[in-house]
Design a protein around this ligand. Structure first.
Ligand SMILES: [Mg+2]
Length: 274
């Protein structure tokens, strides 16, 4: 392991991936309430972080409440919100033009961009930015318009690059598959914000107002959740309630700081260093 696990007592905030960590499908995983209570009792904050860009924070809160997990909208960061905040930051701090955005996406993404002060357009020639993510109702016309916008010079930005997402029917096309189509059609590569890219983690740290060394990222997928957090200096924990196996976490290079069977096991490990 890269660092002494005893250093974990310095952790002030925890980022939880959602699917495979907090719930699987519509079923909550054991120990969520106890884990959040333990963090509160030790003066720590938390944020749920998901690459899912289809929902608004309020819709995430509603979905979690159906599983008896009760959080505030500001305690959930989806990649739609992260992408919109990131783009607003580029405008405010790095001199990017505050121009109209053409969107391939759903409410989660459109509302997030509007809340961050961006005007939306459907005119390929008027768009300064082309922001794309999952859209379960996409049409050929929308694909055509976003392709034309990118070809016309709109800066191409993606919410996340997950090629598939899990469903009862099996893996279905995810945001990354839509980005792949737009890339093939436009000849341009997107700048992607969602995990494992740094944009998402930076927005999460800003939301918690903590530095990387004060934050633990908990995830079930090494490639999505853990691999991008390690180079930024976050503490990392892999849990075995989702995609990656213990062997995959152990043999990854570098491995996460902790590997836990589930959330109760993770909290027992945190208690040992507190
Ligand atoms: Mg997951």
């Amino acid at each position: 392991m890269s660092r002494e696990v005893a250093g974990l007592h310095a952790v002030r905030g925890v980022l939880f991936d959602m699917d495979g960590v907090i719930y699987v499908g519509t079923r909550p995983l054991p120990g969520v309430r106890e884990a959040l209570d333990y963090l509160a009792s030790t003066g720590r904050t938390f944020l749920f972080v998901t690459n899912n860009a289809s929902k608004t924070p309020a819709q995430f809160v509603e979905r979690l409440a159906e599983m008896d997990i009760h959080v505030q909208p500001e305690q959930v960061l989806g990649s739609a919100e992260a992408t919109a905040c990131w783009l607003a930051e580029q405008v405010a701090q790095h001199g990017w033009v505050k121009g109209p955005v053409i969107v391939m996406g759903q409410d989660g993404l459109k509302v997030a961009l509007q809340n961050n002060g961006f005007e939306l357009t459907t005119d390929p020639h008027a768009a300064t930015y082309a922001v794309a993510g999952i859209n379960f109702k996409l049409t050929y016309e929308e694909l055509a318009d976003v392709t034309l916008a990118i070809r016309h010079g709109a800066k191409y930005i993606g919410t996340n690059s997950d090629l598939t997402y899990p469903s009862e029917r099996g893996p279905l096309p995810g945001a990354g598959s839509i980005l792949a189509l737009l890339t093939a059609a436009s000849g341009q590569q997107p700048l992607v914000i969602g995990k494992p890219n740094r944009g998402m983690y930076e927005q999460a740290l800003a939301r918690l107002n903590l530095t990387a060394g004060e934050v633990l990222m908990v995830g079930d997928r090494y490639d999505t959740d853990i691999s991008g957090a390690i180079p930024l200096g976050l503490w990392t924990a892999g849990v075995l309630t989702g995609i990656s196996t213990r062997a995959e976490f152990e043999h990854a290079s570098p491995p996460p700081d902790l590997i836990a069977d589930d959330l109760p096991h993770l909290i027992r490990q945190l208690r040992q260093v507190d």
